[in-house]
Design a protein around this ligand. Structure first.
Ligand SMILES: NC(=O)c1ccc[n+]([C@@H]2O[C@H](COP(=O)([O-])OP(=O)(O)OC[C@H]3O[C@@H](n4cnc5c(N)ncnc54)[C@H](OP(=O)(O)O)[C@@H]3O)[C@@H](O)[C@H]2O)c1
Length: 238
């Protein structure tokens, strides 16, 4: 069997260890890092993620093919983008104004697009962000299981999306490719697929229905604006 990519998980809180555990089970070599000394997470790694290697973040990233960002969004600002240059970076983060503070760039658009702009030298993919850490582990299923869950993947780099889809499949989920990073907005908090585990048909239907609803709303808004312009013109002529 071909050797699997080396995975570095940044973040050893709730989500990071679950991703690390699932990846180890799937056969990936995995390192994990928090923000500081690996000694601080050595015991918890040994107990909770047997097989993973605790490292300094910079060392974990340097040796990895794939880096998973499982850190709070407001801590992302501390990360040196140069460190991640040339890597496939899976952005599993979510923007939560209550804990991250209000950041206008995130308010205006997709969080992964903002992340990707900062990580211009990396191939950024949005994935692994929309399922809670408990469910992510509990609902992992082998391929073909009738209740196998799906997770969405969005990215502009086809090879990075393909590698992330392979990871999804190996850790127990059906990958659903949504399109470029912009399409990853469908995976953000507040969207229908966020915080629930759906089978692939349910997931695809929910994304499709939401996209249709958004287009319908945009059309109604544009029509309302058009009617207002016509009324304004009529008023100015009378
Ligand atoms: N919890 C979930 O179910 C879930 C599900 C999907 C997505 N997410 C997203 O995943 C991210 C993490 O969530 P969480 O609940 O796991 O957070 P958490 O429990 O607060 O853990 C955060 C971890 O990130 C580490 N960290 C912070 N800055 C770092 C850096 N520069 N380099 C390496 N590690 C760093 C922290 O290390 P220190 O202790 O050393 O600071 C800590 O281990 C968030 O963006 C969240 O929205 C969470």
């Amino acid at each position: 069997m071909a050797e699997l990519s080396r995975l570095a998980v940044l973040g050893a809180g709730h989500l990071g260890p679950v991703i690390a555990r699932l990846a180890i089970k799937a056969g990936y070599p995995v390192t994990i890092a928090a923000s500081g000394d690996p000694e601080d997470i050595a015991l918890i790694t040994e107990l909770m993620i047997p097989g993973a290697q605790p490292r300094w973040a910079a060392d974990a990233v340097a040796d990895a093919d794939i880096v998973v960002l499982a850190i709070p969004m407001h801590r992302f600002q501390d990360l040196d983008p140069g460190l991640l240059s040339g890597k496939l970076v899976i952005d599993a983060m979510n923007y939560w104004p209550a804990s991250d503070g209000v950041v206008q760039a995130f308010e205006d658009g997709g969080s992964s697009e903002v992340v990707a702009r900062r990580l211009a030298g990396s191939a950024a993919v949005k994935a692994l962000n929309h399922i809670g850490y408990h469910e992510l582990e509990d609902r992992a299923r082998p391929a073909g299981a009738p209740d196998r869950g799906a997770f969405g993947i969005a990215g502009d780099d086809p090879a990075a999306v393909a590698a992330t889809a392979a990871l999804a499949d190996r850790i127990g989920y059906d990958p659903v490719r949504l399109g470029g990073l912009r399409a990853g907005r469908a995976l953000q908090p507040g969207e229908p697929v966020f915080g629930v585990v759906l089978t692939r048909p349910e997931f695809e239907r929910a994304v499709r229905e939401e996209a249709t609803r958004a287009v319908r709303e945009d059309t109604l808004r544009e029509e309302a604006m058009g009617e207002e312009v016509l009324r304004e013109e009529a008023r100015s002529l009378s």
